[in-house]
Unconditional design. Structure first.
Length: 295
């Protein structure tokens, strides 16, 4: 799903094939968000717990937080679009052949580096550097990752089959095109997905967007809005009719919901980031196997 026009969701190296595209996160209460990965309800200054991540503040209106979220998404897209060509130039300087699968993979990698850098700048600008919760996963959280990634893969295929059964096709991600004639591209994107696409997209949509929305909303609407923003950007990432592109958005949005829940439940962005990366990687491996006749 997760990645972008040059190979990621959001037009990314995210969802693969004709697609669009848990864990017990610990108790909410007095536990520390620490070794066991639980999420703690935040207390206001008067000691009264509230349901908003980070506590409520006078400026924590829904409109403000939604505006901040949209600004973050735009910043990520602009930075990704700006950095991708520079990554391509670097690849050429290192001897990568123009328009080769290697060149496309390098550009895609640059795009998601741009995503991450934009979020670092955004968090500093918004004075929200503590917005993103990131740490080494506990054993329990590490165990959730392969289960969640496998569940996303199965859910993606199930959603596509259901839509096809009612006569609705799903747009194909543009990120797949370079691999049709050069299957090795899919292998490059396995690495790019795990190292960059999953972490960068989750930083944007779960860490910053969902984190901003949680300042003003309870978990369900914050998770849903973040997932919708994530899914909506897949409209331009897919090739097909308007109906097929809309179906792609639907699938990507639905698959983003469990990722949002993982972040909310664990309070650790590492969990959905690695899950997302593995999900993409599996889909690219399926594409590679199909293109090379392994399946």
């Amino acid at each position: 799903m997760g990645g972008a026009d040059d190979g990621g969701d959001v037009g990314d190296g995210d969802d693969v094939r004709d697609d669009g595209g848990v864990g017990d996160g610990g108790d909410v209460g007095d536990d520390d968000r620490g070794s066991e990965g639980g999420t703690v309800a935040v207390e206001r200054g008067d000691g009264v717990e509230d349901g908003f991540r980070g506590g409520t503040r006078p400026d924590d209106s829904v409109a403000l937080r939604l505006g901040q979220s949209l600004l973050a998404v735009v910043a990520a897209l602009v930075a990704g679009a700006a950095l991708a060509p520079w990554a391509g130039r670097l690849g050429l300087a290192l001897g990568v052949a123009p328009e080769s699968p290697e060149f496309v993979a390098v550009r895609s990698a640059g795009q998601f580096v741009g995503f991450a850098l934009a979020m670092v700048v955004f968090l500093a600008y918004a004075n929200d550097r503590d917005l993103v919760s990131l740490r080494r996963p506990t054993r329990h959280e590490a165990g959730l990752v392969p289960v969640a990634a496998g569940g996303l893969v199965l859910a993606q295929f199930a959603l596509v089959l259901v839509l096809q059964a009612v006569g609705i096709g799903v747009a194909t991600n543009r990120a797949l095109t370079p691999g049709q004639d050069a299957p090795r591209y899919f292998l490059y994107m396995v690495a790019v997905s795990i190292l960059l696409v999953g972490p960068a997209e989750e930083l944007v949509f779960r860490g910053v967007v969902q984190g901003e929305l949680r300042k003003a909303l309870s978990a369900p609407p914050a998770i849903g809005l973040a997932a919708f923003l994530f899914g909506s950007l897949h409209f331009v990432a897919g090739t097909g009719t308007i109906v097929e592109q809309t179906a792609y958005v639907l699938v990507a949005t639905l698959l983003a919901l469990p990722l949002g829940y993982l972040y909310e439940a664990t309070g650790n962005l590492t969990v959905p980031a690695v899950t997302h990366g593995l999900y993409n990687a599996v889909l690219y491996l399926v594409q590679y196997a199909d293109a090379t006749g392994f399946v």
